[in-house]
Design a binder for this molecule. Structure first.
Ligand SMILES: Cc1ncc(COP(=O)(O)O)c(C=O)c1O
Length: 347
């Protein structure tokens, strides 16, 4: 049996119908579907404004521009996709990299020290793999030291903690709708604004007229694919969580796990093992594709200032991810479990 790492299952009959409707209408951009998507995503999150853009990286960049981070520090975790730190650099900010804890999100223990010692414009927590960062502590510290909070929620559509969704905790948040994301449209992103004082600034940055601006818009096609994906998010997340539960029950005691905080949406299901590279090769021979998240730390990648990051270092060497998507069948899940158990037994 072959179990791919990812399979896109979002092109339903409804999507095809909507795409045909767009073609016949002749309105290919800035139309009904983009507005519907923005409105429904805004209500889903419970924020003041959602503006779609062409990627998650763009959403981070626009958010950082709105926060005026130029020449000032932005705190990021050591373990994330490179766009998290690249957006800071592109917006003229100075990244300051901290370690992550057992939840694989920003280590709160280092945060207060960093806020005391540096001129920090914003904290940029990442809800890694769909797991919530410690937002109550983080927002409290941000308030105490006068820093903004920008959530990188690219992997956390629908995750929540204490009844508040990822993207609705901070001042502003960035989402990605890249093909593999929990809400997907191929390429795409959104800026979600919670802080009412930032609404006007974000609109200014994205609309032509007031100042020189890039065109970061989505087409109607992407919005339509995303809208139908958004409408399936709850059902799809339930399936992801059921698969994660089954994996975790079977692998208990054999691997290191990400400690959950709140409602984890399992964009990525990861395990930790000191013999990761061997395990990955063995699984590949048995037709099971896995992936390493991430093979780099952000400060190493971009030569940024950083605190000691011993736990992120360990994760860089030990983490790998198993297939995780709503259309993964029970048969495929069982095949992954059975083979991985056989592989670890032989180590
Ligand atoms: C944590 C994180 N931040 C930012 C991004 C950037 O999103 P995009 O690929 O849509 O530019 C991604 C996804 O790729 C991501 O996983």
């Amino acid at each position: 049996m072959q179990v791919p790492f990812f399979r896109f299952d979002g092109i339903t009959d409804e999507v095809v119908e909507s795409l045909n409707e767009i073609i016949s209408s002749g309105r290919l951009t800035r139309g009904k579907y983009t507005h519907l998507f923005e409105e429904e995503f805004k209500n889903f999150l419970g924020v003041e404004l959602v503006k779609t853009v062409n990627s998650g990286t763009t959403a981070l960049y626009v958010s950082l521009r709105a926060l005026n981070v130029e020449g000032r520090y932005v705190i990021v975790p050591a373990l994330s996709f490179m766009a998290t730190i690249d957006a800071v650099i592109l917006a003229g900010g100075k990244p300051l990299v901290l370690d992550v804890d057992e939840t694989y999100t920003l280590d709160i223990n280092q945060l207060e020290d960093a806020l005391k010692r540096y001129d920090v414009a914003a904290i940029l927590p990442v809800h890694l793999f769909g797991n919530m960062a410690d937002m109550p502590s983080l927002t409290e510290l941000a308030q105490k030291y006068g820093a903004y909070v920008l959530e990188d929620a690219a992997q956390a559509h629908g995750a929540h903690y204490e009844g508040i969704k990822a993207g609705a905790w901070g001042d502003i948040a960035a989402f990605s709708f890249y093909a593999t994301k929990n809400v997907a449209m191929g390429e795409g992103g959104a800026v979600a604004v919670k802080n009412i004082y930032l609404v006007k600034r974000v609109k200014q940055l994205l609309d032509f007229g007031e100042e020189p601006a890039f065109n970061f818009r989505l087409s109607e096609f992407q919005s339509a694919v995303g809208l139908h994906s958004l409408r399936r998010i709850e059902e799809n997340t339930r399936r992801r969580r059921a698969i994660a539960k089954k994996y975790s029950e079977n692998f208990k005691g054999l691997f290191g796990f990400q400690r959950e905080r709140g409602y984890h949406v399992y964009h990525v299901y990861s395990l930790r093992h000191s013999q990761r590279d061997l395990i990955i090769r063995e699984l590949q021979d048995r037709g099971i594709s896995t992936k390493v998240y991430y093979s780099y730390l952000l400060h190493e990648l971009r030569g940024a200032e950083h605190f000691p990051t011993p736990f992120a270092e360990k994760l860089k060497n030990e983490l790998f991810a198993l297939p995780m998507y709503p259309s993964l069948t029970d048969k495929e899940v069982n095949y992954v479990i059975q083979n991985l158990l056989e592989v670890v037994e032989k180590l």
